[in-house]
Ligand binder design. Structure first.
Ligand SMILES: [Zn+2]
Length: 141
């Protein structure tokens, strides 16, 4: 699935921070991509050891952020073991950083710096709780 997303929301930071929030008391996290004129709303639901990812599409982002999920159209739904999902999110963030660097990221995403803090938090939680045996690049933020 490939969806074009505009730079009005800090999508990578939201994805990383929402994934990290699933390690606490929170079991559902939402954020949206502003894909003008549409809204693409990501809903992450933690169930036991898995994360269900649903992407809802709404026709008009000018009004949809106040609407319930059920008013949107499901564009994507998948369930992943939490360690696998968190690892993939971290990997994606590292790839973006490796490709663009912090300065390049800021110039590409204009309004937002690379989310180094949320990435560090997520990696700490992932390493602490997920018993992941895949390699992790600890030399980067
Ligand atoms: Zn991992």
């Amino acid at each position: 699935m490939s969806l074009t997303v505009s730079y009005c929301t800090d999508a990578l930071a939201d994805l990383v921070a929402c994934t990290g929030s699933l390690y606490g008391q929170r079991h559902t996290a939402r954020f949206f991509f502003d894909a003008e004129p549409r809204e693409l709303r990501w809903v992450l639901r933690a169930t036991d050891r898995s994360v269900e990812v649903t992407i809802y599409e709404f026709a008009d982002v000018a009004v949809s952020p106040g609407l319930p999920d059920s008013d949107g159209t499901v564009r994507w739904r998948s369930v992943h073991p939490r360690p696998v999902f968190a690892h993939a999110v971290l990997d994606a963030a590292q790839q973006v950083l490796a490709e663009h660097g912090e300065a390049g990221y800021r110039s590409k995403w204009v309004l937002h710096p690379f989310p180094a803090g949320p990435v560090q938090d997520l990696r700490r939680l992932h390493l602490r709780d997920d018993a992941c045996e895949l390699p992790h690049d600890l030399s980067r933020p």
